[in-house]
Design a protein around this ligand. Structure first.
Ligand code: NAP
Length: 484
């Protein structure tokens, strides 16, 4: 297949590339240059209806296809993602503003490993049986039918495939929507699925904005489950529509994650990873540690070295290998982050480093760039420390003992992820069991095992993705009881 970065995107419905019924398009902007680089279908209910019709027909054969067949096709998709790795990485960087080396090292390899993992899951997935004296129960886990997958802009292909792959592996047909801010790799995935021989209508990708196209998916009565990753605000809206319709819901939402550093930590490892967890992907990873909690005895030492290391993070053209930080994803998000920094100052925050927009010279002079920003002197209750910023902005707070660290860690409505840095195994276990979050990393960050449950508690979401959790979400259990 010849693939090239498209200018005009089209929906992928029933195996065909189609314009939106409205013939309306939205501008796609490269955030590193601030320039329009393409057009995205502004799809609506009628496009979603068409996709559902195609999915209904495809479901009749896909849902009863052999797991071996699904395994082969999903594996082929993974192989093609690897084959087009360089090309997909460039498309992701142009859309999102993240450094090209990051797209190459993380986003695209993780997208193909999602497909490869769930290809295998399709042939290994098993269900339970429960023996009684008088008979036996066995549980069928059947595909749900047509499911909706809606994903955000921060890790575009990576999170899109994290939903689509298990949904297909479990035998469902999918209506999927990437973020309108970063739609190109979603479009290219459709091309790849076509080349891999995925039957028409099994995966349908509609492009458009959240309130129109996204809500049309959530509202459609034939779509029986919604897997959503995005903001808590949109998650609340989606839940308010889907819950009264008794749809299955998986909501992976925002975070305000604590990164807790004890004096006995492995210093170099902690420092290396804290720079990553603070500013990786311009701080636009739901798992970033935006609140750094430091044991008082090492607070000044930490602060000084952390600032020095942050100064060495070159912000600039994401296509250059020397750029450690790229552009913020959009003008709207750039303005939100700048306003959060202004709010932090009003709340009494002291900017230790950064705090400003950057205008690189040359092709990126109209792009959306912000310095890595470090703030101290703010208490746990202010907005800066309780509301998600989702940018290259971290705060520093000190604690005197582990119980104070736990109190600070839990002082938000979010509960997605936490990191703890200590060499004391008892302390590590104590912290892990008392921190209110779905994921706790001890002496690491962003380590990935696709079998583990992934998701948050409190306002960070409902349900878990990954491994058997994803396969269970995308299937409906049916118990069969047989009397001897
Ligand atoms: P967002 O605005 O909530 O959008 C996420 C997706 O939902 C996009 O495709 C969006 O479409 C769509 N959408 C928005 N409103 C909708 C509605 N009413 N009905 C249906 N779909 C709707 O989030 P974002 O700004 O793209 O992403 C950043 C957020 O995602 C952060 O809060 C971050 O923490 C969270 N996140 C969470 C995880 C996790 O695993 N917990 C992972 C990554 C990101 P458009 O963009 O096209 O409008």
């Amino acid at each position: 297949m010849e693939i090239e970065i498209p200018y005009n995107l089209e929906n992928y419905i029933g195996g065909q590339f189609l314009p939106p019924d409205s013939h309306n398009y939205i501008d796609n902007i490269n955030p590193a240059t601030g320039k329009v680089c393409g057009l995205i279908p502004n799809s609506s209910e009628s496009d979603v209806n068409k996709a559902v019709q195609s999915a209904k027909v495809a479901f009749e054969t896909w849902s009863v296809s052999s797991t071996e067949y699904r395994f082969k096709i999903l594996n082929k998709i993974a192989d093609l993602i690897d084959q087009y790795h360089e090309f997909l990485a460039l498309a992701e960087t142009n859309d999102n503003g993240k450094p090209l080396w990051l797209s190459k090292e993380v986003d695209i390899p993780r997208a193909s490993s999602n497909f490869r993992f769930f290809a295998t899951a399709s042939i290994q997935f098993a269900s339970e049986s429960h023996a009684m004296e008088s008979g036996i129960n066995y549980t069928l886990r059947q595909p749900i039918g047509i499911v909706g997958c809606i994903s955000p802009w921060n890790l575009p292909l990576y999170l899109f495939t994290w939903k689509i792959a298990p949904a297909l592996a479990a035998g469902n047909c999918v209506i999927a929507k990437p973020s309108e801010v970063t739609p190109v790799t979603g479009y290219l995935l459709a091309k790849i699925c076509k080349e891999a021989g995925l039957p028409d209508g099994v995966l349908n990708i509609v492009h458009g904005d959240g309130p129109n196209c996204g809500e049309a998916i959530v509202q459609h009565p034939s779509i029986k489950a919604i897997s959503f990753t995005g903001s808590t605000r949109a998650g609340q809206r989606i839940a308010s529509i889907a819950a009264p319709m008794f749809k299955k819901l998986s909501l992976e939402l925002g975070g305000k994650n604590p990164n807790i550093i004890f004096a006995d930590c492995d210093w170099n490892k902690m420092m290396f990873n804290t720079i990553r967890s603070s500013f990786g992907n311009q701080g636009q990873i739901c798992l970033c540690g935006s609140r750094i909690l430091i044991e008082a005895s090492i607070y000044d030492k930490f602060k000084n070295e952390f600032i020095e290391r942050a100064k060495r993070l070159t912000v600039g053209d994401p296509l250059l290998p020397t750029s450690k930080q790229g552009a913020i994803v959009s003008k709207t998000h750039f303005e939100k982050i700048i306003s959060c920094i202004e709010l932090a100052k009003k709340e009494g925050g002291r900017i230790l480093h950064g705090g400003n927009a950057i205008k690189p010279s040359g092709r990126c002079e109209e792009g959306y760039f912000i310095e890595p920003t470090i703030i101290e002197n703010l208490g746990p209750d202010c907005k800066t420390n309780t509301e998600e910023i989702f940018g290259p902005v971290v705060t520093l707070q000190k604690f005197t003992d582990k119980d104070e660290a736990i109190m600070l860690a839990n002082a938000t409505q979010y509960g997605l992820a936490a990191s703890v840095w200590t060499q004391d195994i008892s302390n590590a276990n104590y912290m892990a069991s008392n921190i209110e979050s779905g994921i706790v990393w001890i002496n690491c960050w962003l380590e990935r095992d696709l079998r583990t449950p992934f998701g948050g508690i409190k306002n960070s979401g409902v349900g878990r993705e990954g491994g058997w959790d994803a396969m269970r979400f995308f299937t409906e259990p049916k118990n069969v009881c047989i009397q001897y």
